[in-house]
Design a protein around this ligand. Structure first.
Ligand SMILES: [Zn+2]
Ligand SMILES: [Zn+2]
Length: 394
């Protein structure tokens, strides 16, 4: 049995209404104009000092308590994905080719609900409440854009919390973990260049296709041979482009890929190995290799003390047996940039269906959540923030 607080229960249906409205009007990263308008209007009504245009479409709400104290930051992301929704729900997306397939509609609705409850309590609490509504999480560039625009310039936050819905976890469960929870992400671009020629006369050409094939194979040893057995790294070459005809050896092969890691030092080591391996293997086959990496986001690390606050809050709501540690994920979230500056806890709230109906994963065109998860997520934010504002954190 879940023990949702009375305040959240009273707002449950309005929270679901907000979520369904946002679900019908999904917007891609940095295009969340309607969404941030809805959020700004609501925060203003609730008495928050609102700052807009932070990272293009991002915004914040700030509220002071009656006495000085700690500052708590609560963060939600607002963007949708370029997916044509196939879920058969009455609140289906009305924007062709755009869908809230990762639950960010629900994250926004949960944070607005937590805002309403905490705004009423602030006169009795100490410290400050800073709500961050972030754009463009799916592009992994919304959080740094907000930081660049000075979202934390005048505020020193002491603790931060955020929740993400996960369909892999049945509704009624919460995953809270201290330390590494999500990996860093690098986008890779590789090219292998030889010299083109006739497919029938390879000896007169320098074939980059064969060299690229060997580069891809050799790169797999970075994870299998150079990563400590108990460490984690992922390297996937995901696109491969070469050639124009069956009888022509091309000049160049272009590849892209993704590289993920929990440990910043291991990331540096493996990026150097990546360079060395690609260049060395290509060179052995008379080709040249170029490797470029774009550092998208650091790993997400949850602070132990702040995570303990979230764990206690989650335990009050769903009970000890349904608070799991879960495994760290090789997905990434640019919230990591906030967590680098503020001790934070990113918790995962189960939103998988519990009535036996299928629960396609986040980012699937049929993604659909069990809406009972919203009350759990909102309550978790409220209870965790309240603890900090009551002075739990030393
Ligand atoms: Zn996502
Ligand atoms: Zn997401």
């Amino acid at each position: 049995m879940t023990n949702i607080s009375t305040e959240v229960r009273a707002l449950s249906s309005s929270m679901i209404e907000i979520r369904r409205d946002l679900h019908q009007h999904p917007e891609l990263g940095f295009q969340e104009v309607r969404t941030s308008g809805v959020v700004a209007k609501r925060l203003t009504e609730l008495g928050f000092a609102v700052r807009t245009s932070l990272g293009k479409t991002g915004l914040t709400g700030f509220l002071k308590g009656s006495k000085p104290g700690k500052t708590v930051l609560l963060r939600a992301d607002m963007d949708a994905l370029p997916i044509q929704e196939q879920a058969d729900v009455p609140w289906k997306s009305r924007n062709d080719g755009v869908m809230h397939a990762c639950g960010h509609d629900a994250h926004t609705a949960m944070l607005l609900t937590a805002a309403e409850i905490l705004a009423k309590e602030m006169p009795r609490l100490s410290g400050n409440l800073l709500l961050v509504f972030q754009p463009a999480e799916e592009l992994l560039i919304g959080a740094p854009a907000m930081l660049k625009d000075g979202v934390l310039a005048d505020v020193k936050a002491d603790a931060a919390f955020a929740v993400h819905l996960m369909n892999r976890l049945p509704a009624g469960n919460v995953a809270v973990r201290s330390g590494s929870v999500m990996t860093s992400a690098d986008k890779l671009e590789l090219s292998v260049t030889g010299r083109g020629g006739h497919g029938a006369n390879p000896h007169n050409a320098i074939d980059p296709v064969v060299a690229a094939a060997q580069v891809i194979t050799a790169l797999q040893t970075l994870v299998s041979r150079e990563t400590p057995p108990l460490g984690t790294a992922v390297l996937s070459i995901t696109t491969l482009k070469a050639g124009t005809a069956f009888n022509i050896i091309p000049d160049t092969v272009e590849m892209t890929g993704t590289f993920r890691c929990f440990d910043a030092k291991l990331r540096e080591t493996l990026l150097a190995s990546l360079q060395r391996t690609a260049e060395g293997v290509a060179s052995a086959l008379r080709c040249t290799a170029r490797v470029r990496n774009e550092y998208l986001t650091p790993a997400v690390n949850n602070d132990p003390a702040v995570t303990q606050i979230a764990r206690e809050a989650a335990t009050e709501i769903v009970g000890k047996d349904r608070v799991t540690e879960w495994e760290p994920m090789t997905g990434s979230d640019d919230l990591a940039y906030f967590w680098q500056q503020i001790p934070g806890c990113y918790a995962f709230v189960g939103s998988g269906k519990t009535d036996g109906s299928p629960s396609p994963a986040n980012h699937n065109a049929r993604f659909d959540i069990d809406e009972s998860a919203l009350a759990i997520g909102a309550d978790l934010l409220v209870r965790a923030a309240r603890r900090v504002l009551q002075g739990v954190l030393s």
